[in-house]
Design a protein. Structure first.
Length: 346
């Protein structure tokens, strides 16, 4: 499965600067005025995973294929976007396709950058959240008044719609209104505020919050832009000078995986060493289907070794001789870092 992150925020909070840094190339238009970005910019970013280099050395792999994240830079929202202000309806529609919403909140001062609509992080967040709620309310109200819900057997669905209508009207996001079976019943509504969200505070390069561990996600888009132009060695040295232990990209992607409950299993051989993204709790046959859809129904067993054991013993042969290789069946829940070979029938 692929992970798709939509970057949203008010104009000139640093969205496109961050996006360009993530892609390591200038793919989005960065300009000092509102609505510089009209169409969403999409880019694929590799998920940093040092384990793949180690596996490639052991297996003498021809290539390394990391997992990827798709970032969508969605143009700046403003108050009134849900009713069309600033072409807001168009922008909001793009958000429906992403797995998680990344809200970039301006938390720096710069007199040279127009602060269009941005007041402070808390207020900025509330403006965006309100627009998403209003858009969902429009969706729910339209369905509530349609004839589709009047057919027999839709009582539960009607109850969910009514509950959503009341909650959204009260200013609550859908994710805080529904639970359990209700979430499944509302899945086909594609509500924006049902999506997981990540808040990232865009701070200045000398902000002390960049250097301390925190539950909040602090990133300096300007620093990330500078890092993206350096070699790996120079970037590491620059981070040491700044007192930063990991790049904003690493922190952001790790946070996204944790927010969505995602893990990676690994495959390795002469052809390639590769990471595959799956939801936590995925059983072995469904994990195999990520490699090829036919593998799920033809699944026999999974040959599995913990990553650390695989590395210590230098590959499949010695790990197997030391009793560190397991053969797991259809009910085995995959774990992050499992090195695996799937046995598939004909």
């Amino acid at each position: 499965m692929g992970l798709k992150i939509g970057i949203v925020g008010l104009p000139n909070v640093g969205k496109s600067t961050l996006f360009n840094a993530l892609l390591k190339r200038q793919q989005a238009l960065v300009a000092n005025y509102p609505f510089a970005t009209i169409e969403p910019n999409v880019g694929i970013v590799e998920v940093p995973d040092e384990r793949l280099k180690v596996l490639a050395e052991i297996s003498k792999s021809v290539k390394i294929v990391p997992a990827t994240v798709e970032f969508v830079d969605i143009a700046g929202l403003v108050a009134g976007a849900a009713t069309g202000a600033g072409l807001g309806n168009k922008f909001l529609t793009h958000i429906r396709d992403v797995d998680v919403i990344l809200q970039v909140l301006r938390d720096f001062k710069d007199s040279e950058i127009v602060k269009e609509g941005s007041v402070d992080p808390k207020t900025d967040y509330e403006v965006i959240e309100t627009e998403l709620i209003l858009k969902d309310l429009e969706t729910v109200e339209r369905i509530k008044n349609s004839k589709d819900l009047k057919i027999k057997g839709e009582e539960k669905k009607r109850g969910v719609i009514e509950k959503l209508f009341e909650g959204l009207n009260a200013g609550k996001p859908a994710r805080s209104i529904l639970a359990g079976e209700e979430i499944e019943l509302a899945r086909d509504l594609f509500l924006l505020t049902m999506k997981k969200e990540i808040k990232v505070f865009n701070v200045s390069e000398d902000d002390p919050r960049l250097t301390v561990a925190s539950d909040e996600l602090y990133i300096c888009a300007k620093v990330e832009s500078e890092l993206s132009s350096l070699s790996e060695e120079d970037a590491r040295a620059y981070m040491i000078d700044l007192g930063i232990k990991e790049s904003g990209l690493d922190k952001l992607i790790r946070n996204a995986y944790e927010t969505l409950g995602l893990i990676s299993f690994l495959t390795t051989g002469i052809t390639e060493s590769r990471a595959w993204t799956i939801p936590l709790g995925t059983k072995a046959p469904q994990a195999a289907a990520v490699i090829h859809t036919d593998f799920e129904k033809k699944f026999i067993k999974a040959k599995v070794c913990d990553y650390d054991e695989f590395v210590v013993h230098g590959g499949w042969r010695e790990a197997s001789e030391k009793g560190k290789v397991r053969f797991e069946g259809k009910e085995y829940p995959m774990r992050d870092g499992d090195v695996v070979e799937f046995m598939i029938g004909t």
